[in-house]
Design a protein. Structure first.
Length: 542
């Protein structure tokens, strides 16, 4: 395994989209940011220099970082942010991940422009579990606001309501032909007829699950979230913020170019944001005609989203064996809700004439991030008063989660900074139950420090008598982010074999900011190799 060293300079740079120019936060002036390449099991060292004008932190999404939570990145969870003018050297310790992951800022809403791909090739002398593609491309889906992101974030927090909807979705940073002033810069993927290509699809969007499709072409899904899947053909992908898919595309059509496109999937029947980002699949030879758009599922087609996700299976062949925990030692049931805080009786500021502000919660606790210390440091050095250890295993008051009318006390969460302590090597099952408080939505839940097996999911209330009988314990997909369906449930399993502090949250940025978050502390094991590594000397101070 190699050690690879990179420099990330976080700095502002002017970018023009949708007929207007603004300064955005970038890494090395690039948007999307630089791609990190490595082989399975390597270590990447990144010297992060903050030359911007505000605090920042960087997270390596999907990298398990065995025993090394110090470099994981979420601010106030595992580190204090890197202050303007400061530097932090992060060690990205790769282990079993292979395929596509990504990195992004994990401070306020900076990840809107501060993100890039991580590409992990097989170890030397081994190869993909599919024939070698002719070439490969990263396709990063994203969102663009004409407004400054820092300003957008501050206004969002102050308003107590939903954030302003983005002005465009993007493919590799470009809105595409259907948006004003964007056509000349649309991303073009150039292919030769008859060849097969590997597309590494990443959803870096802030607020939305997206459907993605390529006109007249189907793709074969071969990987997801940095592990291989049983190959399956599909006409469209449903991809949550945080997720990645590895797709094989065979260029087998006669014309000169075709659109690939992405647009929102939203369970809300009245979702109004229905715009489409495009890029061009361009054949090097072929007859010229105007391209047509692919048939994307309708924006509120929950079945299309769920059906796609349900087709995912781990490859689970001889070389890629699974270790699905079969005996569960720690059984957890987490409800996911969007709630409201009445203005008069809580310490969250409400502005103007509002009587309430939106909030979100796990087990009816709306997570409050520490502000002057971080959880990892407080845990490691035994500092009191930063977090509590009373995160409940199940909601304190069970109820009919998907009912349309719910009592007010269930709609008002408590707020707090509570963690759940896990014994080293415990085998953990979490049933996530989406609820029907304020507005129904899918919740793409992401866990740091692990990949987890998605053993089951369904619509409606989880039935603890019947539903576990249908769990897939043979070839469940191994994910780091999974969309819990609207008013439905999803069950995941993992072995807590990575000591540290590990954040878990909804990857929709507004839900993250509203408190649909919690953290696990996985205790040290006894053996020296089962303990958290010592902290690096240059951890950012608070
Ligand atoms: Cu992709 Cu906590 O992050
Ligand atoms: Cu959510």
């Amino acid at each position: 395994a190699l050690i690879r060293r990179h420099t990330f300079v976080v700095e502002e740079a002017p970018y023009t989209r949708l007929c207007s120019t603004k300064n955005i936060l970038t890494v090395n002036g690039q948007f999307p940011g630089p791609t990190l390449h490595a082989r399975k099991g390597d270590t990447i060292i990144v010297d992060v220099y903050n030359k911007g004008n505000r605090n920042i932190s960087i997270h390596w999404h999907g990298v398990k970082q065995p025993r090394n939570p110090w470099s994981d990145g979420p601010d106030y969870i595992t580190q204090c942010p890197i202050q303007a003018g400061a530097k932090f050297t992060q060690n990205i310790i790769l282990s079993t991940e292979e395929g596509t992951l990504w990195w992004h800022a994990h401070s306020e809403w900076d990840r809107a422009t501060v993100h890039g791909a991580i590409i992990l090739y097989p170890t030397k002398g081994t190869s993909y579990p599919f024939s070698k593609p002719h070439a490969e491309f990263s396709i990063i889906l994203g969102e663009w606001w004409k407004q400054d992101i820092e300003e957008l974030y501050t206004e969002f927090l102050n308003s107590g309501g939903d954030p302003v909807i983005s002005d465009a979705y993007t493919i590799n940073g470009q809105p595409g032909d259907l948006y004003p002033c964007s056509k000349p810069d649309s991303f073009k993927l150039r292919v030769d007829h008859g060849k097969t290509y590997l597309l590494r699809l990443i959803n870096s969007a802030m607020q939305d699950i997206l459907f993605f499709s390529i006109a007249n072409h189907s793709v074969t899904v071969v990987g997801s979230d940095g592990s291989y899947t049983k190959p399956f053909h599909t006409d469209y992908i449903a991809i949550s913020p945080g997720q990645t898919f590895d797709l094989l595309l065979t260029a087998n059509q006669p014309l000169h170019h075709y659109y690939m496109a992405a647009r929102v999937y939203s369970a809300a029947p009245n979702a109004i944001d229905n715009t489409t980002t495009t890029a061009i699949l361009q054949y090097n030879h072929g007859n010229y005609t105007a391209p047509s758009l692919p048939n994307l599922p309708y924006f509120n087609d929950t079945n299309a989203s769920v059906n796609f996700t349900n087709r995912l299976r781990s490859l689970a062949d001889h070389e890629h064996q699974l270790h699905v925990p079969l005996n569960i030692t720690t059984q957890l049931f987490f409800t996911l809700s969007v709630n409201t805080f009445p203005c008069q009786n809580n310490n969250n500021s409400c502005q103007g004439p509002n009587v309430s502000r939106l909030a979100a919660s796990v087990n009816n606790i709306s997570f409050v991030s520490p502000t002057i210390n971080n959880i990892l440091q407080a845990y490691y050095y035994h500092a009191n008063g930063v977090f509590g250890t009373k995160f409940p295993n199940i909601p304190e008051t069970p109820f009919d989660f998907t009912a349309t009318e719910l009592p007010l006390y269930l709609q008002t969460p408590k707020s707090g900074t509570e963690v759940k302590i896990l014994e080293y090597n415990s085998t953990v099952e979490i049933v996530f139950q989406g609820t029907n408080l304020v507005g129904g939505a899918d919740h793409p839940m992401h866990l740091h420090g692990f990949s987890f097996y998605v053993v089951g999911s369904g619509l409606g209330n989880f039935d603890e008598g019947k539903d576990p009988l249908n769990y897939n314990l043979v070839d469940p997909p191994l994910q780091n982010t999974i969309a819990v369906p609207v008013n439905g449930w999803t069950t995941i399993r993992f072995k807590a074999d990575n000591p540290g502090v590990w954040f878990m949250h909804c990857h929709l940025e507004r839900h993250l900011s509203w408190g649909m978050d919690m953290a696990f502390i996985v205790k040290n094991g006894i053996a020296p190799k089962a303990r958290i590594l010592p902290p690096p000397p240059d951890m950012p101070p608070c």
